[in-house]
Design a protein around this ligand. Structure first.
Ligand SMILES: [Fe+2]
Length: 251
């Protein structure tokens, strides 16, 4: 699929999958870094998540500029977009965020009886790229999404399980190591429970429009380590995606 086809699919259904977005070697390298982060202390977000993974080494900073995926980010969010957050998730047997949800809150809520005009694309302010670092089979807690539900302007109804939007049931994303799911958190989604003995390991890169502030805990007091900046040195795109911008109308 060409980039424009991925963009069309993303706008239409709220997600798209880029198969083989990273090589096996790169996936193995990133997975080793992720697993070593999970051997270290928690960073305030719980046992199954680590944040600010760009601090964990040059390969993580370089991942922000991953070919095709970074092009997609600039196509959808503008040539001045940046990395919003960079979390990794480890989902061992029996765990998973298996409640249907949208991320954070609805960005464009609609009243119950109002539908978005089909001529209007749902505006996208940020989205998440989820790199699978192991093969994810049907019993390993695949990501599940309801196609088109990002246009509903509604949260998934709590009593409807599974949630259905315009007759469309959820789809499960089974993936091979190196595949990348790009989805807007406005799409109704969940990570099903991992019922296998193999842990699910994923690395996320979330990109946002320039005017959406980055989320680096503890926020106001966060200082990006000098070594992180040095890993991007000489690469203008990466430097910008880390958050170095020219002045704008609000700052
Ligand atoms: Fe989510």
């Amino acid at each position: 699929m060409h980039l424009s086809e991925h963009v069309d699919e993303f706008n239409r259904q709220g997600f798209t999958v880029i198969r083989g977005a990273m090589s096996e070697e790169q996936a193995d390298l990133i997975r080793a870094g992720v697993l070593s982060a999970f051997e270290g202390p928690e960073d305030g977000y719980g046992a199954n998540i680590r944040t600010k993974m760009f601090e964990k080494g040059k390969p993580f900073v370089e991942l922000i500029g991953q070919p095709v995926v970074a092009d997609f980010a600039e196509e959808v969010l503008g040539g001045n977009c940046h990395m919003f957050s960079m979390n990794s998730l480890l989902t061992p047997k029996g765990s998973g965020i298996d409640v249907w949800h949208v991320d954070e809150e609805l960005f464009f809520p609609l009243p119950d009886d109002v539908e978005l005009d089909p001529r209007i694309p749902m505006p996208t302010f940020l989205f998440t790229c989820l790199y699978y670092l192991v093969d994810v089979e049907a019993n390993m807690g695949p990501t599940q999404l309801v196609p088109g539900s990002h246009r509903s302007g509604q949260e998934p109804a709590p009593k409807q399980n599974p949630p259905i939007y315009k007759g469309q049931e959820p789809v499960s994303i089974t993936a091979q190591k190196g595949d990348c799911l790009i989805f807007t958190g406005q799409t109704w989604h969940r990570g099903a429970k991992n019922e296998s003995d193999k842990p699910r390991v994923v690395q996320q890169v979330t990109y946002s429009r320039r005017w959406v502030s980055q989320r680096f805990y503890p926020f106001v007091n966060y200082r990006m380590p000098d070594e992180v900046v040095a890993w991007a040195e000489g690469n203008r795109r990466l430097t910008r995606m880390l958050g170095f911008h020219p002045r704008g109308p609000y700052g």
